[in-house]
Design a protein around this ligand. Structure first.
Ligand SMILES: [Zn+2]
Length: 318
């Protein structure tokens, strides 16, 4: 978990290590960022640091003591995790957690509570929980997690130190998607679309998206070969496959990705000298699709946008 957290979020990892080193741990943290960016691993690491029996000189958890191992296995009675039950986290769930933690009071006076999707917390549940920080019998660490910072109650936000988990770089996102059983081919494409981890997982399950992974490169190939079929292909295939706005946005990103692939392949073709004209052409094609994205954002008809792009790129060849 330590390695996973450090690899996914090096900046947050350094920040928390520094906090531990100077023994300035807060009572409450709010981990904010897309799903899949390492918030869970970070919470586990922090819980270990808080309860470790044999911490390293810099305050990091040892990872091997009984407490560290039980936390890694999700079996430590002083570490309780709460997730929404149905649509929200209810006050009764918080009461239940407090009861559990009081029962486990024999273990140690230190308690950790992890609240997943804390944006779904009711106000009464939040108040009940935040009171626990002042409980004189226990030293409490609360870690709130959210994918939607704007929806977190102000009472929670104001009481926490907020740590931002950045979206993953393409290579890391790709590896994480493969771990999530997304096929390596799909993961490679998805990692370059600028979508969140959760959105990428969702897309990978859509039939139209998996068809698009073949259809779009085929269109780009036709354009590259200067084949007039590229124009017809818009109406025959692309417009049918990308039938709503969200999928049309993805379509244009897929085109950009496919163009990039074609360009990279031409670079690795063994020629030491890349013709200036080749780079200029790639840039122009890219601009043409970026322009298409702007038009789509301005509600221009999708078929018209693609046909226009096809005409521009095909004429470019001449
Ligand atoms: Zn330990």
């Amino acid at each position: 978990m330590n390695e996973e957290f450090a690899a996914l979020q090096p900046a947050v990892f350094r920040q928390l290590k520094n906090t531990l080193k100077h023994q300035r741990l807060s009572h409450a943290y709010l981990f904010e960022g897309d799903a899949g960016t390492g918030k869970r691993a970070a919470a586990q690491w922090l819980a270990q640091a808080f309860l470790c029996l044999d911490p390293q000189p810099d305050g990091s958890p040892c990872g091997v003591c009984a407490n560290c191992r039980r936390i890694a296995a999700g079996e430590h009675p002083d570490v309780q995790t709460v997730a929404p039950s149905g649509l929200s986290i209810k006050v009764e769930q918080i009461r239940q957690v407090k009861r559990e933690l009081s029962k486990a009071g024999m273990e140690s006076a230190k308690k950790v509570i992890v609240i997943e999707s804390c944006d779904k917390m009711s106000a009464s549940a939040a108040n009940s929980l935040l009171k626990f920080i002042e409980e004189p019998l226990f030293e409490v660490l609360i870690v709130f997690e959210t994918d939607h910072l704007a929806q977190v109650l102000p009472t929670i936000r104001s009481r926490c130190q907020i740590l931002h988990f950045l979206p993953l770089a393409p290579a890391k996102l790709e590896a994480r998607l493969v771990k999530e059983d997304v096929s390596p081919e799909a993961a490679r494409v998805l990692a370059h679309l600028g979508v969140s981890f959760a959105a990428a997982v969702e897309l990978s399950k859509q039939e139209w998206f998996n068809e698009a992974r073949n259809v779009v490169p085929h269109w780009v190939k036709l354009l590259e070969k200067n084949d007039p079929q590229a124009f017809v292909y818009v109406q025959e295939k692309l417009v049918k496959l990308f039938s709503d706005r969200p999928s049309q946005e993805i379509a244009l990103d897929l085109v950009l990705y496919a163009l990039g692939q074609v360009f990279s392949a031409s670079l690795t073709g063994g020629k030491a000298q890349i013709a200036k004209a080749q780079i200029a052409k790639a840039n122009e094609q890219r601009l043409c699709i970026l322009n298409a994205k702007n038009k789509l954002a301005a509600n221009v008809n999708f078929q018209g946008i693609l046909e226009q792009a096809a005409i521009e790129i095909l004429t470019d060849h001449k």
